[in-house]
Write a protein that binds this ligand. Sequence first.
Ligand code: GLA
Length: 702
Amino acid sequence: MNDTTHRPADRQAALRARLGGIGLGADYNPDQWPEATRTEDLALMARAGVTVVNLAIFAGARVEPARDAYDFTYFDRVMDDLAAHGITADLATMTAAPPPWLVTEHPEVLPVTADGVVLSPGGRRHFCPSSPVFRDRAARLVEAVATHYRDHPALGLWHVGNEYGCHVAECFCDTSAADFRRWLGERYNSVDALNDAWSTDFWSQRYASFDQILPPRTAPTYPNPSQQLDFKRFGNDALRTCFETETAILRRITPDVPVTTNFLAGLKSVDIYDWAPTMDVLSLDSYPDPNRDQAHIGAAMSYDTIRCAGGGEPWLLTEQAPSAVNWRSRNAAKSPGRTRLWSWQAVAQGADVIMYFQWRPSRGGAEKFHSRMVPHAGPDTRVFRDVADLGRELARVPELVGTRIHNRVALLSDWHSRWALELDSHPSDAVRHSDRALDHYAPLFDLGVGVDVVHPSADLSDYRLVIVPSLYLLSTEHADRLSRFVAGGGSLVVSFFSGIVDECDRVHLGGYPGPLREVLGISVEEFRPADAGVVFPLQGVSGSGDAPPTGTGDLRREDVTLKGARAEVEFAGAEWAGRPAATVHTHGAGIARYIATRPDTAAMRGLIARACADAGVEPVLPVLPRGVQASIRTGDGYDVLVLLDHADHADHADEVELPTPRRDLLADGQPTTRRVTLAPQAVAVLGSHPTEPAPTTTPESA
Ligand code: GLA
């Protein structure tokens, strides 16, 4: 961002100095309770070690109950109380739910679906991101809030909007249509360029002027895919413009206060890599389903994504559930120990702040059954005791603050490819971006190998292994970077349906995967998706190293022709016997692999392990029991190893051998042996040597 007042390092340092350690907190909605409850809240926050709260996220209607009638009296008392108790406010701009007066006066701010349905107020996020009225009213509110609280001692961070793209990702109203046309004009300059990019000679869609273009509203059949893709880009940009409009006001009024907004893990509509440079510190809301096997691995992938989007800087876990959520069809409670384990997991993967949704649940309203730090039953509850214990633990490891993680494996991820991959009219609708990324991430996680999840434009020079999991949309430029990475000695793993189309969703010609054929030494003629439940036997090719992976594949079986590569795994069975299922190719000083199906878990792990071995990539620890996650955060002259036992087996503990002795930071730095015993769901936090330097941050006003 070209902003001379943008000094993220200073602002990050200011936040660290305020918090004085790993932060703990929650969404705090005191306005949903009688004023007297706050006294108890503040006492309990002290007991739990709360240092930061997300404040006033949905307080717009209280602060501006009528047009321009700002009333800060209530939140003045709250902010004063927070300051008096040394708690930092991540103060919201209050723009995530337009107040009733605004939609009454201006119903045109309401969003419209692709089917033409106007979404009513009564929930939240009921605004069209392109609405000039909404943007103007939001800007005025932010100006008023920032001006009012600019010098308040509790203010430590701005929380802009809330979970952009959640509920309403895009709006199809006439205002959005006009804004979309403006956006297209800037992107393409001429309608001829747009016609070319959108392949509009197909189905008589050629436009004579931008005025003829609409959003991809519900049509008799597939709307133009390039139009759909551009509308996703436009939707992302429209939301980012809302965010940036607010941020610009905050930067002008409070140049020293860092700015963030909370991304929702796994959300499709908002491109975190695109937004990240406009933020001082990145924040993520994460709600892995306790009922889902291996949910922590999906969470791990999102933590590696947010950290890398922020250039490796520590990030904030702004929301997680202390126990159950209220928005799944069946909302599982977390088993004892899991809240602690999953909180530490975020810390292990680079978070410096751990927060919950929410502090105390309201008595009424749609989220009354969502879990909270202080349940309806009060503080004499397991959940409150657990989170309070966690607060005490987090306070013991200030040396973790500001430390970073260094990985040698990059997994490429790109929202534009995700949007394009998941459009209609494809060979199969069963190939989903996040699933495919996880198919590659999970074996690395199981092998104990740390991963960075980065955009294809990222600097790859520090990586030894790059994984490309069904990255359907890949520009020639990004494909060339991958070829150069391999030629220079890197290892590459590419999975089926990667490098198929360019930025406009037009096929790279000459055989799939167009710009990656040379580096991979293959060409693909047909995709051959499989029906659900159909599996293909796989046979490792003898002579291709020790224990070539065998097993089965499913989902896809591509017709691969070898053009310099050799098969490492072949399809077996009558019809396809001997056809390549996984290939390996030497290109320059490096090695490029292609996987033409979805191998089962063991076979995939075998292939990924081979790629790691070729690349000289080591796990974080030489030997790790299954289910134990290890991560190292490195500071100035020291590091901290975090071990997390995700195993569900209640019958035995896991033993972990350390290469060198470490101090147990949760047990007041007692020396450990080189052997750590981990019960199921246990956490160990181990410093590298007995004399770590004192942390650089100091508690300000605890
Ligand atoms: C999101 C929102 C919160 C709350 C939680 C519930 O993350 O940001 O306001 O609704 O979901 O899980």
